[in-house]
Design a protein around this ligand. Structure first.
Ligand SMILES: [Zn+2]
Length: 302
């Protein structure tokens, strides 16, 4: 029987959980609704139960890795703010460690996805890359020099909160005109519902665009241009070699990837070496849970 950690990728609507070996291979992967409880403590107890159900009877896990959609103080193991989970300054690691009696490593979910794509997915042959998760919101994880870059306070990679429209909509971060207000599943659904004068989901819009609907393609193209504009700045600032597109909206495939790659190729500053590449993510919806597991393995080594 081999050593393993348990990993949880906690999203606003679902939790993905698995045992993870030190190579990132998943066992007993499953998904369930995110527990909704009046008290955060109860939610954490539910998450501890999910982890306990994955424990093998004769061998305890070495650690728990947990990815959450919010800002995280890695050293303190504290979730600073996760609006979709209604978590504010929650001592996630301390509480779960006391319940499970194993080390707990907490990180941002996009950071976890970036680690997975870098080690095992679309970025495994690159060392300077940005992995973007295009979903309900927009997250990203930066790998610089082969290492996850967290910044001064652990919140680097908030790509969704780069302002792109000076007088745009108010964002849930409190700022105005953030990228997330123009290009995210929620924003696209809103724009499409306005255009088609009925309720449209982002998924429908992508399906229609893939079927060649000109209006849907135009809408996606316009929204994508804000993302691309932001990425030109990010690539120029950090001299990246690769952008990886993940998350639900990346399932649009070439419709999203193609225009971004073309525009970046023509607008990024001239540079030595090969042009900036844009690839679709390879780890799929499991990227977050794989990455949370790998981060726990890394944490055990430090
Ligand atoms: Zn914002």
């Amino acid at each position: 029987m081999h050593d393993y950690v348990i990993a949880l990728d906690v999203g606003a609507s679902k939790v993905m959980a698995a045992r993870v070996c030190n190579q990132g291979r998943l066992e007993a992967l499953h998904q369930q609704k995110t527990p909704v409880c009046a008290e955060t403590g109860e939610s954490l107890t539910c998450l501890a139960q999910i982890a306990q159900e994955l424990m093998l009877p004769n061998r305890a896990p070495l650690a728990l890795g947990i990815g959450v959609p919010g800002t995280v103080d890695i050293k303190a193991g504290q979730c600073w703010c996760a609006p979709n989970l209604h978590w504010h300054r929650i001592d996630v690691a301390r509480i779960l460690t006391s319940q499970l009696e194993i080390p707990v490593f907490l990180d941002n979910d996009a950071n976890a996805a970036a680690v997975a794509e870098h080690r095992l997915g679309a970025g495994r042959d690159r060392t300077h890359l940005l992995v973007i998760t295009l979903g309900t919101g927009i997250g990203s994880g930066l790998i610089l020099g082969g290492q996850l870059y967290r910044g001064a306070h652990g919140i680097a990679g908030e790509l969704g909160h780069v302002p792109v429209l000076g007088n745009g909509q108010v964002c849930n971060c409190g700022n105005r005109g953030c990228l997330e207000t123009t290009f995210s599943a929620l924003a696209l659904a809103e724009q499409a519902s306005h255009t088609y004068k009925r309720r449209v989901r982002a998924r429908d819009l992508i399906d229609w665009a893939q079927d060649g609907d000109a209006q849907a393609m135009a809408l996606l193209r316009r929204a994508t241009s804000h993302l691309t504009q932001t990425l030109v700045g990010v690539v120029n600032l950090l001299d990246l070699e690769l952008i990886v597109l993940g998350g639900g909206l990346a399932s649009a495939g070439e419709i999203v990837r193609g225009p971004i790659a073309q525009t970046l190729a023509s607008r990024v500053m001239p540079r030595p070496g090969p042009p900036i590449e844009v690839r679709l993510a390879e780890c799929g919806p499991q990227a977050g849970v794989i990455g949370a597991g790998l981060i726990a393995w890394d944490g055990l080594l430090t």
